[in-house]
Design a binder for this molecule. Structure first.
Ligand code: SAM
Ligand code: F3S
Length: 464
């Protein structure tokens, strides 16, 4: 469908080119939404994205409310932007994302200098909201509704630079884990139509993208409608995505253990483009806590999927999300989480201290694990996972890895940098012309946050 953006004429072309700064907090979904906002506003108003707030005419804050800390950051960031607005009355400030969705118009009560408030499902209405601002003939803009799939129908085709891109295949979540705000802030789960997803990936491939990451809260629960009235599920989608010409690597995140299936395990074994890495959040190693979190699986069931995956793809790297200090978590529950970590030997993972979120069922339970205990548990868990991750990195020394070259190395002048299948950054000497190519690299050293490598047979690598 044609983007709304093209129909808007603000008749102030003398102010071109306009500059847009977007500050993004939170997950990859928010990163994806931010890049789509930039695509949209480039097309509707000619905004070019800039790297710092003071040089911009429009400031957008894409927020996260998954944990309290992320939420607190919003108002301190807005406080800093208020000073910019005091100096420049023309500056427009918008707040989007999950905090916007949760707080709605309250944001403008606390920060009246904010001009627009929009939610994760209304980013496509930004051009219209800008046109409606007071002083441009309209009212203040607050729209945090959940119109299903309308967003995607009204966004322009994505424009990316670089070899990697995200593609949202599902929005929202209907799992209602008792600790999580996402179903309330991003709306209920829906899958984007199958043909739209494939069309977007074909376009991205045409722009030089070699690796796509399929995004959503539970991507493996994908069930997308096709143009002929059928439904394609996630493992089928993977086969089609991997078959798109030019796409050499496919990742997906996040998946949910209850949506795992034998067909997905088979897809891992059958699709060479699918990386040998999987992020599968478990949250806890205690059945009692999993049940209180309403996760819908037991530790045993989780371990059975791990076993099947490792049989299908020996050496697959597994990462996870953990929450420590959930209400009622005893020392024994926590020891069970550590024991699960020992059994699975997770690679680089995310772990968080439980943060009660307003409106969630868990926030009504007594938050009875003391902060000191929560911190100690987190540190112990993170140390153990770090040890496993460092071990995997050491084991990679001397092996040949396929690396997707992304660009110049950030901290090593004259070197280029890319990622392995298990998502480690590798820096090595090689020509800049390799950017966007998959190349064989022998790992020579493992550092805490990256690897060093040596390009294999550089003379035989074809540079475009
Ligand atoms: N869809 C994913 C899944 O299946 O688990 C998770 C999405 S959630 C936005 C990302 C991670 O944030 C979760 O896996 C969980 O570890 C963490 N998280 C969510 N709510 C939390 C809370 N109230 N306190 C601490 N961590 C939380
Ligand atoms: Fe949150 Fe659970 Fe969905 S962690 S995003 S409610 S799967």
């Amino acid at each position: 469908m044609e983007s709304d953006a093209r129909q808007i004429d603000l008749n102030d072309g003398n102010r071109m080119p306009r500059k847009l700064f977007i500050q993004t907090f939170g997950c990859q979904m928010n990163e994806y939404d931010s890049s789509r906002m930039a695509d949209l506003l480039r097309e509707s108003h000619g905004y070019e994205r800039v790297d710092t707030a003071p040089e911009a005419d429009l400031l957008l804050l894409n927020t996260c409310s998954v944990r309290e800390k992320a939420q607190e950051k919003v108002f301190s960031q807005l406080g800093r932007w208020k000073q910019l607005k005091d100096d420049n009355g023309e500056l427009v400030i918008g707040v989007g994302g999950c905090v916007a969705s949760q707080e709605g118009g309250m944001i403008r009560k606390r920060a009246p200098y904010v001009d627009m408030v929009f939610g994760p499902q209304t980013v496509h209405r930004l051009p219209a909201m800008l046109g409606d601002l007071p002083g441009r003939g309209g009212q203040e803009a607050v729209d945090v509704s959940f119109p299903e799939n309308e967003k995607f129908d009204h966004l322009p085709p994505p424009r990316v630079s670089g070899a990697r891109a995200y593609v949202s295949i599902m929005e929202g979540c209907s799992k209602y884990c008792t600790f999580c705000v996402v179903p309330y802030t991003r709306g209920t789960e829906f899958s984007r139509p199958f043909d739209d997803v494939i069309e977007e990936i074909v376009r991205l491939s045409g722009q030089g993208v070699r690796e796509v990451t399929l995004l959503g809260q539970n991507v493996n629960g994908y069930r997308g409608a096709t143009h002929d009235g059928g439904i394609r599920e996630f493992s089928e989608l993977l086969h089609y995505v991997a078959a798109v010409e030019g796409i050499d690597r496919v990742r997906y995140t996040t998946s949910h253990p209850i949506e795992f299936s034998d067909r997905l395990v088979e897809a891992h074994a059958a699709i060479p483009e699918l990386v040998a890495h999987l992020h599968l959040p478990v949250q806890s190693g205690s059945d009692r806590i999993l049940s209180s979190m309403r996760r819908g699986y037991t530790v045993q069931q989780y371990l059975e999927w791990v076993l099947k995956l490792r049989e299908a793809v020996p050496g697959i790297s597994l990462s996870s999300d953990f929450i420590v200090g959930f209400p009622g978590e005893t020392d024994q529950d926590f020891r069970r989480t550590l024991s699960l970590v020992e059994q699975v030997r997770f690679d680089q993972s995310y772990s968080f201290i439980y943060s009660p979120r307003p409106g969630t069922p868990a926030s009504e339970l007594p938050d009875d694990v003391g902060m000191e205990t929560k911190r100690m548990r987190l540190a112990e868990l993170q140390d153990r996972i770090r040890e496993f991750a460092a071990g995997y990195s050491r084991d990679m020394v001397g092996t040949e890895q396929v690396v997707l070259v992304e660009g110049a190395a950030k901290k090593h002048a004259g070197q280029i940098s890319g990622r392995t299948e298990n998502n480690r950054v590798v820096n090595f000497h090689g020509p800049a012309g390799l950017v966007g190519h998959l190349v064989p690299v022998t790992i020579t050293e493992a550092l805490p946050n990256s690897l060093k490598g040596c390009l294999d047979a550089p003379e035989s690598v074809q540079v475009a």
